[in-house]
Design a protein. Structure first.
Length: 539
């Protein structure tokens, strides 16, 4: 029975999902790390046959809670109950044995092994002491069929795209007969079609009696998939409400305040007659993009929109010098830049915050201060000596300006929440005073409160004469924050829309007008993380 088939809850009843006692429950669980309380008496539950959405800003406690359920963390106080009986989750094996499976933002898979070997990793069926490969492949095929994905169980995992990797993770969870399935931001890197296929599977698992814990930053997914919602804020469980709760009320519960204008774009005058801060002419690279040209002027936000695979990120990386191109020209404030030269682009005042902040935007094991000072390190060096005190003072000012939630400047970037990691990734370019900032998916995996802070930062940049080139797959973000929108399709600029004439239909018409209407599946690789970290500030 689908969510829409269920009768409305009785007056005063906050549950909209399955009835009956909780399958899994936490009571007053607490967890602290040095310098921060991650969980402070959290009560949470999921029933058999329901999708229970867990909402909260980055740093609210979501990742710490699910790592506790997965056996990666032990609570300092409180207890976890399964079927009403207290259980001890000291290891991942404990959770697995009890039927609790967790699909983290970063897949726990081995690229060089086959699909079947990943599904049964460490639990391969055996015959006479040897791995029974025939049985393993047969059982893997049955699991893959159950989740509705057409994949050869003998295929190497590295050949699969992100959507199929997601399905393999679910098949792996089902292989341990999971009664509780925890999904952490599973739609962050999926196309719209892939999201709907995933939702169909989750609904089927729910109807079969599985209890699903679903974490998302996309509020439109709450009512589409969820039955009930628990909201965390500052490590506490603030409310448990039906999934049909109005979006504004959910935002107010998450951030503790009302966000009246989620896209506070302050559009000012732009001098079209002045030399553009960035000019791209005839940029081409075989098989990637063709004859791409545009200008970005001081004081404006220009967005590159389009379907997945349209070539937006490839163009941005070429402009920044990270990737080569075959022909064309990139100019910064009227001066041509050499091809494939990141150092020259940086010296010319161009900054780039990549889509995958974990792999390309940050040094995860370095501190907040070290990451913020990366771009200005050379300028702060005299006679081979770095002005570390000056760098630290500058990092402290920037962290305060960006409101980075952290235990201190020495905290490793890896342990920050996703939103705070993104602030640091942006902050290093602000310290370098980049005139043009390229933002590739700047708010992916970022909660609504941090999104608004990033948008206001964009306004500050453009108001002070800087410019932003933004790539985003979030249509409301594109429409709400852009002065001009360049729509790409099949590696070409299909058209340009001003803020006044841009609508979702107009953008999509250009995006599919010269391309097929089928969205391209992303290639295999690290799932951007969108991801909360572990430990202080990463909960």
């Amino acid at each position: 029975m689908s969510t829409t088939d269920r009768p409305p809850p009785a007056p005063g009843d906050t549950s909209a999902g399955a009835s009956g006692p909780p399958l899994l429950r936490t009571e007053g669980v607490g967890k602290s790390f040095p310098g921060v309380v991650a969980l402070d008496g959290v009560d949470f539950e999921v029933r058999a046959g329901e999708v229970h959405v867990l909402l909260g800003e980055n740093g609210a406690g979501k990742s710490t809670l699910i790592k506790l359920l997965a056996g990666a963390h032990r609570p300092d106080r409180g207890r976890v109950l399964l079927d009403g009986r207290p259980v001890r989750l000291h290891t991942a094996q404990d959770a697995e044995r009890l039927g609790i499976a967790t699909i983290h933002q970063e897949f726990n898979l081995v690229p060089d092994l086959t699909v079947a070997e990943n599904i049964f990793l460490g639990r391969q069926p055996r015959r006479f002491g040897l791995i029974d490969r025939a049985r393993m492949y047969a059982e893997a095929a049955a699991l893959l069929e159950r989740v509705g994905v057409d994949v050869d169980p003998r295929a190497r995992l590295r050949r699969l795209g992100v959507a199929r990797l997601q399905m393999v993770e679910i098949a792996k969870a089902l292989s341990v007969h999971a009664r509780v399935l925890v999904m952490d931001e599973p739609t962050a890197v999926l196309t719209a079609g892939e999201v709907e296929r995933l939702f169909t599977l989750v609904r089927r698992l729910r109807d079969e009696g599985t209890g699903v814990v679903f974490i998302t930053h996309k509020l439109e997914e709450v009512a589409a998939l969820g039955d009930r919602v628990t909201v965390l804020r500052d490590g506490r469980s603030i409310a448990r409400v039906p999934a049909g709760t109005p979006r504004d009320d959910l935002v107010r519960l998450m951030v503790g305040r009302s966000i009246e204008d989620q896209y506070p774009r302050a559009r000012g005058p732009v001098r079209r007659d002045a030399t553009p801060l960035l000019r791209v002419s005839g940029l081409s690279r075989a098989g990637r993009f063709t004859d791409v040209g545009f200008e970005v002027h001081a004081g404006e936000v220009v967005s590159l929109a389009g379907l997945v695979g349209a070539g937006r990120t490839e163009v941005a990386r070429a402009v920044f010098g990270a990737d080569p191109y075959d022909s064309g020209r990139v100019e910064s404030q009227g001066r041509p830049l050499p091809r494939h030269d990141v150092t020259a682009a940086m010296a010319a005042g161009i900054g780039f915050v990549p889509e995958d902040r974990k792999a390309q935007g940050l040094l995860l094991d370095a501190s907040v201060a070290e990451n913020l000072g990366l771009v200005t390190l050379r300028a702060a060096t005299r006679a081979g000596l770095v002005d570390r005190a000056g760098q630290r003072r500058a990092a402290d000012r920037m962290a305060r300006r960006l409101r980075v939630r952290m235990a201190g400047l020495d905290q490793p970037a890896r342990t920050l929440s996703g939103g705070n990691q993104q602030k640091v990734a942006i902050g290093k370019w602000l310290l370098a005073q980049s005139r043009v900032l390229i933002l590739d998916e700047p708010t992916r995996g970022v909660d609504v409160g941090a999104k608004v802070e990033i948008y206001r930062l964009v306004n500050e940049l453009t108001a002070s004469g800087h410019a932003v080139l933004m790539i985003s797959s979030d249509m409301p973000e594109v429409l709400g924050m852009s002065d001009r929108i360049l729509v790409m399709a099949q590696g070409r600029i299909a058209g340009e829309l001003s803020a006044a004439e841009a609508t979702q239909d107009a953008v999509l018409e250009l995006a599919v007008g010269t391309a097929t209407a089928t969205e391209t599946e992303p290639t295999a690789g690290p799932a951007e993380g969108p991801a909360d970290g572990e430990g202080p500030g990463g909960h």
